[in-house]
Design a protein around this ligand. Structure first.
Ligand code: RB5
Length: 150
């Protein structure tokens, strides 16, 4: 995977299937290679499994970025952040979505499907995908996050 490749993993629990599919269509139309790992049926399914599965795609380098969703975005974010190398933030606004890329070099974004509507969610995803990591003084700070995993 190159640093600028446009391969992205999407996952959610049952609460966010429709929003996840809307995000998939939205970013595929922008040229992203979307790896949507489901689920596709509405039965209740535990968010830790789906967060971890998506996070492993990012941590392994199979996908450069990931977007995950559950009802609040919180539980699936917590699960994803247990996978070494993953930096995932929950965002309900576009400023935060931009800043977790610029300052924290986040490689995953989490959204609460019961928190934000589809229009805002798509804007949040766009802000996240468009923002580069600023580097500079933030490099050492991000490295400090990684050091906590040791
Ligand atoms: C599922 O009902 C709900 O708990 C889940 O989607 C998420 O909000 C957990 O953090």
């Amino acid at each position: 995977m190159t640093a600028d490749n446009k391969r992205i993993v999407l996952s959610s629990d049952h609460s966010a299937i429709l929003l996840r599919q809307a995000i998939a269509a939205h970013i595929a139309a922008q040229g992203w290679e979307v790896v949507d790992i489901g689920p596709v049926t509405p039965e209740s399914t535990p968010y830790p499994e789906h967060g971890a599965a998506a996070a492993r795609r990012v941590a392994s380098g199979d996908c450069r970025l990931g977007v995950i969703l559950c009802g609040t975005g919180q539980g699936i974010m917590m699960a994803a952040n247990k996978i070494k190398g993953v930096r995932c933030g929950v965002c309900a606004d576009t400023f935060s979505a931009r800043m977790i890329r610029q300052h924290n070099d986040a490689n995953m974004l989490s959204i609460g499907a019961r928190v934000v509507g589809e229009g805002l969610a798509l804007d949040i995803v766009d802000a996240f995908l468009a923002a580069p990591f600023d580097g500079g003084r933030h490099v050492a700070r991000v490295a400090m996050i990684g050091a906590l995993e040791a």
